[in-house]
Design a binder for this molecule. Structure first.
Ligand code: FAD
Ligand code: MLT
Ligand code: ZN
Length: 484
């Protein structure tokens, strides 16, 4: 008696997706609806390999109008859409749920640079960050945001996560680069904010609501982004330090002496060793191993009297003399500068290859981060014997990636185990007690949804849920991410 009822239930659950896809196939061009599972499969697992979802198809619209049709029909059928750009999310944000009830919506075919002017560019959501850098450079300008995944991450993903990266110190996060958005919201309505208005106070800003909303409120289809004049030259240095506190105080001195410190990235000995072990073509920049390292970038615009390498020499000499910096090397060519940046940008890849770890993307007030990292590492290693904890990354922004490596011989999915989760809860508790954030730049996605619900203030949760309910009454945008 029980099994026929179960069959009926399964049939009813499967039907909305099938009916949605059938309706889409009648109105979308063939290339925009991919049903072959071998073409869908590569996009079902996240970059870290922690989540794998299911999707009966891959939607690949080429225009905003096609996105609008998809969103309107998905609302009518109440079928979830999982927006995806480069699929480099660190929090499973672009991975569909495993039940197959939602459909992947890739923006990767929308790659047009619609306009490029002095001071701004209008680009579509699927434009890859490295391509945006190249387009800006070709016009004598630059787009002042970069990160290790620039070869894959897209404008839409960067906006949806309010991405940070290694130039936030001087230029801010993605939010500071967005001058206007085009997006498709519930019902398939198109919001056009690309006009380039400097002032616009028609109530709450839709652009600002969408930035950092992780695809849960609408689909970004294009953006007007800020461009700034190209730099003439950059100087890059790698320094060895005895403590994270010394790194923080060095940054303060550098910023006091120069307005052109663009990058200051902290690299502990563990991360450097991991990169040297796992990333071919890398070598240690300093002869000795130091407990901490910092990668520093200083730039110069056209017509500036002092070359940036000379600025670095001038700034670092007293620190070396006084022993506040243990050792330092300044890149003598662009190739050497690239090699130093490769050491920093390869940390995620090297750590992924190295073995299981629980990753945390945290911020606390910048001035207390150095102390926080040391104290938190001691607390974690004491509470969970055999683990190794350290932070790396954007020290100047008060944001580090706090990794806790699993004890030897732990399974690949240790971070998802009881112990791995307990480690993350402890780290997040310590962050919250310090007035910090459990997601500084990667977002919440599916990875931190429970932790957000556990630790966010009632005010934050109420507002996030109310906005979600108002903007997405049918629950179609990125189901299962950020908040329910
Ligand atoms: P995806 O991973 O495809 O999607 C990310 C989120 O955005 C998902 O929730 C997705 O649903 C949503 N989304 C994607 N496109 C759209 C759209 N058009 N409209 C609405 N929602 C959309 N992040 C940092 O902030 N700083 C770093 O320094 C940094 N370094 C990284 C280094 C490496 C090696 C890697 C792998 C990742 C790094 N990241 C970093 C994380 C990641 O690159 C960023 O989150 C990036 O913004 C994601 O872009 P994407 O196109 O890959 O988006
Ligand atoms: C980085 O800064 O390298 C990243 O945001 C990625 C990471 O967390 O490893
Ligand atoms: Zn980062």
């Amino acid at each position: 008696m029980g099994s026929p009822a179960k069959r009926v239930l399964r049939y009813e659950v499967a039907m909305p997706v099938d009916a949605f896809l059938a309706d889409l196939s009648a109105v979308l061009p063939e290339r925009a609806l991919v049903r072959e599972q071998e073409r869908v499969a590569p996009w079902l697992t996240d970059w870290r390999g922690r989540w794998t979802g299911a999707s009966k198809a891959l939607l690949e619209p080429g225009t905003t109008e096609e996105v609008a049709i998809i969103v309107r029909l998905s609302g009518e059928h109440r079928v979830g859409l999982v927006p995806q750009g480069g699929n480099t999310s660190m929090v499973g944000g672009a991975t569909p749920p495993a039940d197959g009830d939602a459909v992947l919506l890739s923006l990767r075919r929308m790659t047009r640079v619609r306009a490029l002017e002095a001071g701004s560019a209008i680009v579509e959501a699927g434009v890859i960050l490295a391509d945006l850098h190249a387009a800006a450079a070709a016009s004598g300008q630059r787009f002042p945001l970069t990160l290790g995944a620039r070869g894959s991450a897209t404008v839409g993903g960067l906006i949806a996560t309010n991405a940070g990266g290694t130039q936030v110190l001087r230029f801010g996060t993605m939010r500071a680069q967005v001058l206007g958005l085009e997006a498709v919201i519930a019902g398939g309505l198109v919001h056009d904010g690309l006009g380039g208005l400097k002032k616009d106070n028609r109530g709450t800003s839709l652009d600002q609501l969408l930035i950092g909303s992780e695809g849960t409120l609408g689909i970004v289809t294009a953006a007007r982004l800020r461009l700034i004049p190209a730099i003439a030259e950059r100087g890059v240095a790698w320094v060895g330090l005895d403590s994270a506190e010394a790194a923080w105080s060095l940054l303060g001195q550098l910023e006091e002496a120069s307005e052109r410190v663009e990058g200051f990235e902290l690299v502990p000995a563990e991360c450097l060793a991991s990169v040297l072990d796992h990333v071919p073509g890398t070598r240690s920049p300093l002869e000795q191993t130091h407990r901490w390292n910092a990668l520093i970038e200083v730039t110069a615009g056209r017509g500036e009297p002092e070359p940036p390498t000379a600025t670095l020499e001038r700034l670092l000499a007293p620190a070396l003399e006084s022993g506040r910096v243990a050792d330092a090397v300044i890149a003598g060519s662009e190739a050497q500068a690239e090699a130093l940046w490769k050491l920093r940008d390869s940390i995620s890849e090297a750590e992924r290859k190295r073995g299981p770890a629980a990753q945390h993307d945290i911020s606390v007030p910048p001035a207390v981060m150095a102390r926080f990292m040391t104290d938190a590492a001691t607390r974690v290693e004491h509470a969970f014997p055999g683990t190794r904890a350290f932070g790396y990354g954007h020290l100047g922004d008060g944001n580090v990636h706090f990794h806790v490596r699993a004890p030897a011989a732990s399974s690949r999915d240790w971070a998802e185990s009881g112990e791995g989760k307990a480690v993350s809860r402890l780290v997040h508790d310590l962050v919250t007690d310090s007035g910090g954030s459990i997601s500084a730049e990667h977002g919440i996605g599916q990875m931190k949804k429970d932790e957000l619900a556990r630790l966010a203030s009632p005010a934050r949760l109420q507002a996030l849920r109310a906005i979600k309910q108002a903007m997405d009454p049918r629950g179609i945008f990125n189901p299962g991410k950020l908040v329910d």
